[in-house]
Ligand binder design. Structure first.
Ligand code: GZL
Ligand code: ZN
Length: 366
């Protein structure tokens, strides 16, 4: 009976999020051809989590014959990074691997995400994964999941809630990513002035809050740097273009643009192209981006994005490792850090970043 309810309810939720999607699609999410290799292909910078069983190990649910139901309330479909993250979860929590995945694209709508988690609780799923659209507003529904005895994994982004309200969290260190961007910029400018424009990610998202905090920690150490403006581009290409167009109307003396993800950088480049503003290693403006997705690293290899700070989207293996441990009655870590690198355009050497080459790009898993 439970399974029947699962498929009916999820279909309803999916229709809701797809309906909402009409007015908020980023419109620039990649085609299937762009979506990344499955979780199986690992590169040096995509660590195989120590406690994630390999596909054919004897302790995957498929091997033991039971099916594990996992609900995943995903942020949305705003970026290439998100597409890679979604595919990684769908590849990992597949029926063949012994899972029944209830996946809901919450379309960047916090209220939908809360209701999605409530529906997972009502369905009495075995596990709930949440990639929180925003950090605030989670205490009540997390308490409900806890009262229902359903383990909750907070993945990718963080929540402003007491850690006792969920089982574990995993993701990148966004503050460190922001500091890496700032430290690299200080090394690259070597004392030169910086007039900086920042295109932030989605309002209230821990990725936005962390990268902004981290970058500003380094701005504070450089008295000849000035952040002229900082506005949200909502992690989409359209948002990045819109914010950059408004920046260009208001400012003429900027030499650095920080985009808090690759899709915003694509939009910013479109806006600068239209305004005849040059950027990149041979241009007037230095672009720093985050995510280091395939297309973002192509632009880095081409010298258009000068520095790209990675945040690895292939995180489902870590989530599966935690679920496997819980299935076996083992203790799990409260926090799993997904490590990341940074990359710079060819011709630049840096103690904070790897110099891009075709070989580095070809070796990437997404
Ligand atoms: C980062 C992730 C962010 C990416 C964006 O972990 O939450 O959300 O940087 C994505 O591309 O939209
Ligand atoms: Zn949408």
């Amino acid at each position: 009976m439970k399974k029947k309810v699962v498929s009916v309810l999820v279909a309803a939720m999916t229709v809701v999020s797809l309906a909402a999607c009409g007015n908020s699609g980023s419109g620039d999410t990649p085609t299937a051809a762009d979506t990344p290799a499955s979780a199986d292909t690992k590169t040096a910078d995509t660590p195989a989590p120590a406690d994630t069983p390999t596909e054919n190990s004897e302790d995957t649910p498929a091997a033991s014959g039971e099916t594990i139901s996992v609900g995943f309330a995903q942020v949305g479909h705003e970026s290439d990074w998100r597409a890679a993250n979604t595919k990684n979860y769908q590849d990992t929590f597949s029926a063949a691997n012994g899972y029944e995945l209830s996946f809901v694209d919450c379309d960047n709508d916090h209220a939908v995400q809360i209701e999605t988690v409530r529906s997972f609780i009502e369905q009495e799923l075995d596990y709930i994964c949440i990639a929180p659209i925003q950090s605030a507003g989670w205490d009540t529904v997390l308490q409900e999941a806890k009262d229902a005895g359903i383990p909750v994994l907070i993945v990718d982004r963080a929540v402003d809630a007491d850690a006792s309200l969920y089982t574990t969290a995993l993701g990148c260190d966004m503050v460190a990513e922001g500091e890496t961007a700032g430290n690299w910029l200080a090394e690259y400018l070597n004392g030169a002035d910086a007039n900086i424009l920042v295109i932030e990610g989605s309002v209230g998202a821990s990725a936005t809050l962390g990268r902004t905090e981290g970058f500003n920690n380094i701005v504070a150490k450089n008295s000849n740097w000035k952040v002229l403006d900082s506005q949200s581009g909502d992690f989409t290409q359209a948002g990045g273009q819109e914010v950059m167009e408004s920046f260009i109307k208001s400012y003429s003396d900027f030499n650095v643009v920080v985009c808090q993800n690759d899709n915003e950088a694509y939009g910013a480049m479109d806006a600068m192209d239209a305004a005849g503003i040059t950027y990149g290693v041979d241009g007037d403006v230095t672009i720093i981006s985050f995510d280091a997705t395939h297309n973002g690293l192509q632009y880095t290899l081409d010298g258009k994005i000068t520095c790209n700070v990675e945040c690895n989207p292939l995180q489902a293996g870590f989530a599966e490792g935690v679920i496997q441990k819980l299935q076996a009655g083992e203790a799990v870590d409260a926090w799993t850090l997904v490590v990341d690198e940074a990359f710079v355009a060819p011709g630049i050497t840096s103690s904070y970043a790897i110099t891009m080459s075709q070989e580095v790009l070809d070796g990437r898993a997404y």
